[in-house]
Write a protein that binds this ligand. Structure first.
Ligand SMILES: Cc1cc2nc3c(=O)[nH]c(=O)nc-3n(C[C@H](O)[C@H](O)[C@H](O)COP(=O)(O)OP(=O)(O)OC[C@H]3O[C@@H](n4cnc5c(N)ncnc54)[C@H](O)[C@@H]3O)c2cc1C
Length: 512
């Protein structure tokens, strides 16, 4: 039954997770005077968008730009954080390949200059050859698609290595339809024309990609402020407290079990549960359990994991870029952030903090290394790339992030649909939101939007299709005249679309 006003009903909502989605839901509920209890398994708020503080150094999980085309999300950011703390920062990022730095987004003339006359001639010849003799089926896979448009040499330089580092699989095993969405109709000829032709279309695009908002002390500052406001408005927030069971009876959710990091588990009554815990974890925690096909679908969801090594170096080794994509095949690092370029308030004492990002699988050789080994590897790679002088690194900190990327494989859509349909029919008061919460490659803005729409569905009886956020990109979005992308946060491409996609990767057939 929809609630018309807070006075009509004081149903209690439990929110699982204090990341952007969970805190947005709690903020909206508390603002309307509804009782809400947020439980966060970690000892800090912000989820993947938190700011890590180690030894006084502040750094992100990656770098978190605040950019959105969703007006209401933008407004909420500004309500949570005052303008003095919500900086507008310039964006700069380049691609490192064999000792050279290439502009990103790629500018063909800059690329050809960096390649030098010999390699440029070879790249153009390879492009011409690909046009004359394209792969037999350019739509067979992502590699064939790219080679048919750019030729082998440019493909190897600007697409292959980084894409494989991020997703941990050969580009030749990624489907071409992802490329079609991501790289749109970009050909080398179009890119060259775009680079040399003044004006037309470019200013709209560059205005979107060259500046973004960023909290003075990192993204965690936004979520710490949101958490304080939730509590001030009457909500409760408990850290170090994982929700380990969602209890149901007679088609209703009744309570959740909370397991604190130290202490005994306890139960909390709940009329609604808004969940940003990974969808697989949510399903596994439902008591009594859902039927086997639903449990199987949850177990079959896959993830790509991530770790970052933050290295403290003298300021002279900082670079103006927010981050540099590392396309060199000789090192495992995929991207390097300079947190001093994100906000000068993040660094101190004539030093800066560089975040080396590694895309991994939980339990693989990188994940299992000790922190000391990872710091040693990161220092060696930074020196190999020539970005610091040997011996210049002063300290290193490691952060591992399981389930950083929900994986799209050929089964994920069906798995999510099985879970979604079962929840809708059997436990409609349990509402998955956010990124891992919905197994959707959402950025913070779309994660927040799913929470906002969910709260409206609960309180106002609206019928928003929360699952269509970031599928139908225009859903509830205020688009700009450019309609162009701000670039991807997680990876490069010559993207012109929304840039929020991820490839659907193929994996071995599962047992029937
Ligand atoms: C490398 C990288 C770079 C990114 N860059 C950007 C960017 O530039 N801009 C952008 O907008 N987005 C970016 N994103 C995406 C952004 O981080 C996510 O969209 C956002 O954090 C998702 O918010 P969420 O609340 O859905 O989930 P999360 O951030 O994952 O938060 C979920 C929270 O729930 C808690 N939790 C989980 N299970 C339980 C449980 N059982 N009980 C209690 N608590 C639990 C977790 O500890 C966590 O705090 C990036 C992501 C990555 C990996």
């Amino acid at each position: 039954m929809p609630l018309n006003s807070p006075a009509d009903d004081l149903s209690r909502t439990v929110v699982i997770g204090a990341g952007p989605a969970g805190l947005t839901a709690a903020h909206q509920l508390a603002e309307r005077g509804l009782p809400v209890s947020v439980f966060e398994a970690d000892d800090v708020v912000g989820g993947i968008s938190r700011t890590v503080v180690r030894d006084g150094w502040r750094f992100d999980i990656g770098g978190h730009r605040f950019f959105t085309k969703v007006a209401r999300v933008e407004q909420l950011w500004h309500r949570i954080l005052g303008d003095e703390d919500f900086l507008i920062r310039p964006r700069m990022s380049r691609i490192y390949y064999r000792g050279n730095l290439y502009d990103y987004p790629l500018r063909p003339l800059n690329a050809l200059r960096n390649l030098g006359p010999r390699d440029s001639a070879l790249a153009l010849a390879s492009y011409g050859w690909a046009r004359l003799r394209p792969p037999r089926d350019p739509d067979a896979d992502y590699e064939a698609w790219l080679v048919s448009r750019f030729g082998w040499r440019l493909y190897r330089t600007f697409f292959k290595t980084y894409t494989e580092k991020v997703w941990g699989m050969p580009v030749s095993e990624m489907p071409a339809d992802w490329a079609a969405q991501r790289v749109k109709n970009m050909s080398l000829a179009a890119a060259v024309l775009d680079a040399v032709r003044p004006g037309r279309g470019r200013s709209d695009i560059t205005s979107l990609i060259e500046r973004f908002h960023y909290p003075r002390l990192g993204p965690g500052m936004m979520w710490e402020a949101a958490a304080r406001q939730v509590v001030k408005m009457g909500g409760s927030l408990t850290l170090n407290a994982a929700v380990t069971a969602v209890h149901r009876s007679g088609g209703q959710v009744g309570a959740v079990t909370v397991t604190p990091t130290s202490g005994e588990p306890y139960q909390v009554a709940a009329d609604h549960v808004i969940s940003s815990t990974p969808l697989s974890t949510l399903v596994a925690s439902i008591d009594p359990p859902p039927p086997p096909p639903v449990l199987d679908a949850a177990r079959d969801l896959r993830y790509r994991d991530y770790l970052t090594v933050a290295l403290v170096v003298p300021q002279e080794f900082g670079f103006p870029d927010n981050w540099i994509y590392i396309h060199d095949p000789g090192v495992r690092v995929g991207r390097i952030q300079n947190y001093g370029s994100w906000s000068p308030f993040m660094v101190k004492d004539g030093r800066t903090c560089l975040g080396l990002e590694y895309f991994v699988f939980e339990g693989d050789d990188m994940w299992s290394r000790s922190d000391d080994d990872l710091v040693t590897l990161a220092i060696a790679e930074l020196e190999t790339l020539g970005l610091v002088r040997p011996g210049a690194v002063e300290a290193g900190h490691v952060v591992r992030v399981p389930k950083a990327y929900p994986t799209y494989d050929q089964y994920y859509r069906r798995n999510v649909e099985v879970i979604r349909a079962w929840l809708a029919a059997n436990l409609p008061q349990v509402h998955p939101v956010g990124r891992n919460g919905m197994h959707r490659y959402n950025n913070a803005d779309h994660s927040m939007l799913t929470a906002m729409l969910t709260v409206e569905n609960i309180l106002d009886g609206t019928d928003h299709d929360v699952w269509s956020v970031n599928v139908d990109q225009e859903y509830h979005e205020q688009t700009t005249s450019a309609g162009a992308d701000a670039g991807t946060d997680d990876g490069p491409g010559w993207a012109r679309g929304t840039g929020r996609g991820a490839p659907v990767v193929r994996r071995a057939a599962r047992p029937s």
